[in-house]
Design a protein around this ligand. Structure first.
Ligand code: NDP
Ligand code: OXD
Length: 303
């Protein structure tokens, strides 16, 4: 049983002693594989093209929380996403920052500041402002609870509508009601065939006029042209985007220069190397003990 590690040298330098201390074999780089038959686990963002080289491969571990970058895996190979509290906390922090920035009209004040203009506007209360979170998974629930703690009136939307204590969660049938009460809409959905392009004209039309968009899911969920139309029409007030399609956006892209949009370069979270290694150890241990793999992805659903 050995883990083939295909990621950065910085990450390898942290992982190697942790796996060695746990008595696990880790092979860094395909060039270092002496016996392909010994490879049972693979850590990567995107796997090498020909996985048939590893006849005993059992599990592919995505080095991040998302798995939409993964191609279909050979029959019988499990897909696991990294579970790390740091990822969830970092994205929560980014979402809370973005929601507060849009709520407190920072795009307007940043534009005024660039012109050296001192001009006050009405100050809104968080209390009672309605936030809607699309995707009530590990990150969505954390963000919902934190925003609720700040006084926002938070609701969620998910595929199953699974209840979350203290938060009103809508299922697929409640989508329009959910959107209609989202003064600030937060997207924390995984990218799947159903969620590709979900942030489009139809969705924007169903938001309260002047609503704000916080997007930390995946770039391909957002139709940027539809966002521009919604901004121009006053239907959407402002947006903060951590993810775009493509990434990076070309320097000449209009969205960089639109004062109503704030873009960060997919930095809501990054996997802490130690936490990633601890998760991989838990996956290796679970495989050995025959217990459920932590972070196991339902490959049919795509998340
Ligand atoms: P989870 O898998 O824990 O949760 C996903 C949530 O989305 C679930 O509530 C699920 O519903 C819901 N969902 C999935 N498909 C649909 C659909 N078609 N309609 C409605 N709801 C749907 O994921 P995480 O919370 O851990 O992460 C979410 C995403 O955040 C990641 O997939 C990734 O794309 C993004 N991300 C971005 C980062 C960044 O740096 N910008 C960092 C980390 C993650 P149900 O509960 O019913 O299954
Ligand atoms: C992830 C990400 O999926 O950084 O971990 O987006």
């Amino acid at each position: 049983m050995a883990l083939l590690f295909l990621s950065t040298p910085e990450r390898a330098a942290v992982w190697a002693p942790i796996l060695a201390a746990a008595g696990e074999e880790m092979v860094v780089g395909e060039h270092a594989v002496a016996d392909p038959g010994a490879i049972t686990h693979l850590l990567c963002w995107v796997p090498p093209q020909d996985l048939r080289r590893y006849p005993n491969l059992k599990v592919v571990i995505s080095s991040g929380a998302g798995v939409d970058q993964m191609p279909p895996l050979p029959e019988g190979v499990a897909l696991v996403r990294t579970l790390a509290p740091g990822i969830e906390e970092m994205v929560r922090d980014w979402v809370v920052m973005a929601a507060l920035m849009l709520h407190r009209e920072m795009p307007v004040y940043l534009a005024q500041a660039a012109e050296g203009r001192w001009q006050t506007r009405d100050v809104p209360l968080a209390r009672g402002t309605r936030v809607g979170i699309m995707g009530m998974g590990r990150i969505g629930v954390l963000a919902a609870q934190t925003l609720r703690g700040l006084g926002f009136d938070v609701a969620g939307w998910s595929r199953s509508g699974r209840p979350v204590a203290g938060i009103e969660v809508h299922g697929p049938g409640g989508r329009d009601a959910f959107l209609g009460r989202s003064d600030i809409l937060v997207c924390l959905l995984p990218l799947t065939p159903e969620t590709r392009g979900v942030l489009g004209p139809d969705l924007f039309a169903r938001l309260p006029r002047g609503a704000h968009l916080v997007h930390a899911g995946r770039g391909a969920q957002l139709d940027l042209g539809a966002l521009r139309d919604a901004l121009d029409a006053g239907q959407v007030g402002s947006a903060m985007l951590d993810v775009t399609d493509p990434e990076p956006l070309p320097p000449e892209h209009w969205a960089w220069r639109d004062a109503r949009i704030v873009i960060t370069p997919h930095v809501a979270a990054s996997t802490d190397h130690r936490e990633g290694a601890a998760h991989a150890l838990a996956v290796l241990r679970a495989g050995r003990e025959g217990t459920p793999l932590p972070g196991l992805v339902d490959q049919a659903k795509g998340y």
